[in-house]
Write a protein of this length. Structure first.
Length: 421
């Protein structure tokens, strides 16, 4: 199943079946030649999905004939997607002209109406990457493209969680730091915590760290950054948790454009099983990129009107930007502060049209002690009533099953096949 609501990252070197939900498309050029408006719309929607952020895609009409004409005198892209309305083996007549102009390293995906195992096997035998039975959804297309470039021996990409406070002072940073430590301890898998607040981040403070290498070092060297170089910048806090803090003193702003943050996320995914991003409460290009590109988003609010207004705006933006991803998780923090009027969680849920996934009590003694001592909540016996709420929330972030998300289907999946022979 392709689980777009929850995940539990496979350990490094996991089997292909464990990596089925990893659908990040690499930096490739794609040209699609469609026959119907419905398929063209599906390709266009897929090209705008976060999973295809690195790919460059164009969509045209005319099917295989238009593709053959287009590439008669120019090099073919990394991937060609062709829709055919032909049924049965007549599709090969359409593909013959295209085959004669394709460069040797160009991959081809074909989509059409035939639900025929013999046709599928013959297409695969002749070098087509996948045959998708139309109608085809954007996620089906993305999975087919991702699978076409999947290296069975490569490490699976790590899973990214971004934690964002909808206004300052709601405790999003403290929550993200403790979520990262809980994820590392629960999963016993490599986890990276990235502090994206370049000026006033608190990862170094909260973990009592004298940071020599920081996130600004990674961003400033993003063009040459790889997983080996990134690991040299990390501070190992526990066996499984590594930290990339912000500078301890304010420095001239490093570049945190969409391209820089996307590059950092891409490298971090190759270096760890989980990547937790502590995003500042600033609506910058880099923050929007982190929110858009993460498999999971956690929005943190306080029980007040400003938080509710901002939460609704950010939640609606994410819903529009991440049409094929689960809704963000909503955390209501600092609930029950004495003498402060509050908006109840039920009112938040009613106005948002979405549940509040976690409610954390106002407990300044526990949170203050943790911050002042540079320690985590899970190491404090006095924080047990907090961690008892966090532990199942983290488990859900890592492994909640989405009953509504269905694995995208190529012809083999429609026919109940494992691999075509």
């Amino acid at each position: 199943m392709v689980d777009t609501d929850g995940f539990d990252a496979p350990a490094r070197g996991g089997s292909a079946s464990e990596r089925e939900h990893d659908m990040i498309v690499p930096r490739v050029s794609i040209e699609a030649f469609c026959m119907t408006p419905e398929f063209a719309s599906a390709v266009q929607t897929a090209s705008q999905d976060r999973r295809m952020a690195k790919a460059k895609a164009s969509v045209g009409m005319g099917g295989a004939a238009a593709a053959a004409k287009r590439f008669a005198n120019v090099a073919t892209p990394n991937l060609i997607i062709v829709e055919s309305e032909a049924t049965g083996f007549t599709v090969f007549e359409e593909l013959e002209s295209l085959a004669s102009v394709c460069d040797e390293d160009t991959k081809v995906i074909v989509a059409g109406p035939s639900n025929d195992v013999t046709l599928y096997r013959e297409l695969i035998r002749q070098g087509v990457c996948e045959y998708l039975v139309t109608p085809t959804s954007p996620l089906q297309l993305i999975e087919a493209i991702s699978t076409a470039y999947e290296d069975p021996e490569a490490r699976p990409a790590g899973k990214t969680i971004t934690v964002f406070g909808v206004r300052g002072g709601v405790g999003a940073s403290v929550l993200s730091h403790n979520l990262a430590e809980l994820i590392a301890s629960q999963s016993e898998r490599e986890t990276i915590l990235i502090d994206l607040d370049l000026e006033f981040g608190t990862v170094a403070l909260d973990f009592n760290l004298d940071a020599k290498n920081t996130v600004t070092d990674a961003l400033s060297a993003i063009d040459g950054l790889d997983d080996v170089k990134l690991k040299r910048l990390l501070f190992q806090h526990t066996e499984y948790l590594n930290l990339l803090p912000s500078p301890a003193v304010t420095q001239p702003r490093a570049e945190a454009t969409e391209g820089h943050v996307l590059g950092l996320i891409d490298v971090a995914r190759s270096a760890a099983d989980y990547v937790v991003i502590d995003a500042p409460s600033q609506w910058t290009e880099g923050v929007r990129c982190a929110l858009r590109q993460s498999e999971k988003v956690v929005l943190v609010a306080a029980p007040d009107l400003t938080s509710l207004r901002n939460l609704k705006a950010v939640h609606d933006w994410l819903s529009a930007e991440r049409k094929h991803d689960a809704a963000p998780k909503i955390v209501l923090n600092m609930v029950g502060e004495p003498k402060r009027p509050e908006i109840a969680a039920a009112e938040f849920a009613e106005i948002m049209g979405a549940p509040v996934d976690l409610i954390l009590p106002h407990d300044p003694a526990v949170f203050g002690a943790a911050q002042n001592d540079g320690t985590s909540l899970i190491s404090m016996p006095t924080a047990r009533r907090i961690t008892e709420k966090l532990e199942p929330f983290v488990a859900a972030l890592r492994g909640m099953e989405d009953k509504t998300a269905k694995k995208s289907k190529g012809l083999a999946a429609w026919l109940g096949l494992g691999a075509a022979s």
